[in-house]
Design a protein around this ligand. Sequence first.
Ligand code: TRP
Length: 364
Amino acid sequence: MASNGQAEKVAEVEENVGDNGDTVTPWDVQSKSDKGIDYDKLIERFGCQRISDDLIQRIEKVIGQPVHPLLKRGIFFSHRDLEFILAQKEAGKPFYLYTGRGPSSESMHLGHLIPFVFTKWLQDAFDVPLVIQLTDDEKFLWKNLTIKETMKLAKENAKDIIACGFDLNKTFIFSNFRYIGQSPEFYQNIQLVAKNVTFNQAKGCFGFTESDSIGKIHFPSIEAAPSFSSSFPFIFGEDSNIPCLIPCAIDQDPFFRMTRDVAPRVGLHKPALIHSVFFPALQGAQSKMSASDETSAIFLTDTPEQIRTKITKYAFSGGQSTAEAQREKGANCEIDVTYQYLRFFYDDDEKLQEIKKVCTSAYL
Ligand code: TRP
């Protein structure tokens, strides 16, 4: 059973807005600060753990290679029970990866790629199976889309996800609308979770209100169930209880806080997690890149010309309070969006350092 050293906060996280005005739920991320979300505060509020340098070193020892830049640079910055997963690997015992995508747009954007790029690296480094949930049902419940439309979006997004290069023999991508009818075991686990979470807990965890549809209130049990290996009997066996590691952006944590609360009560492993920060919108780090706001996002289908236009037209750049300060001090890379994008995608540490130096010096 996964270690349970830390106090789990399920019903305790009653407020979805922190005292600093940061809002983080699976459906809404906003910060009052131009530096974006205060992640230290969020870690404390959610009750997860920051990934320490020691832990990174331990990962490198276990996999016998350097960690991915997204981990080294603190973009994946927080976790739950990652030590337990490493111990499994050290003992030669199995675990699997679970991540997902809510298909709300035809094309995915740069921010959507982050968990998949990182998950692909984890799959290679640990050589483990992976399941990917496409929550077309979630998008049907939350967006103004028909069932058919969300299923089509799931199919389109699956292509973008496959293009990340996952091991075909070790990866299962599924649409909820399709898979639930094919796997009684998946549906059974959904109900196992649903029975063990009260409306009060769901309200505390997700901010649901009495006027939300009962579909929304039940949905978290559907995102929870793939954390249990027995949802996939054709991969792991019917009565299996293989530990799971979930790479995701930290806004998904409430689903798995809930899952971790239920797991020991039904005799199953708690899923472990590794969380990323959000990918900033073109306009700046107060909000994350969003497919519903065209001008905030760079899509995988944008042409180089469209990307150039979006960057020059919308990308928040500079960051000093006056033009004069900007000339004297150069940009503030902490909030300069183009520099932040390089931190996510430009792997060469030395060159990135050079770019930062140029950007943060006075203009001549
Ligand atoms: N709800 C997620 C979204 O809207 C999709 C998702 C389902 C997911 N299962 C997951 C994301 C597990 C991360 C990990 O994008």
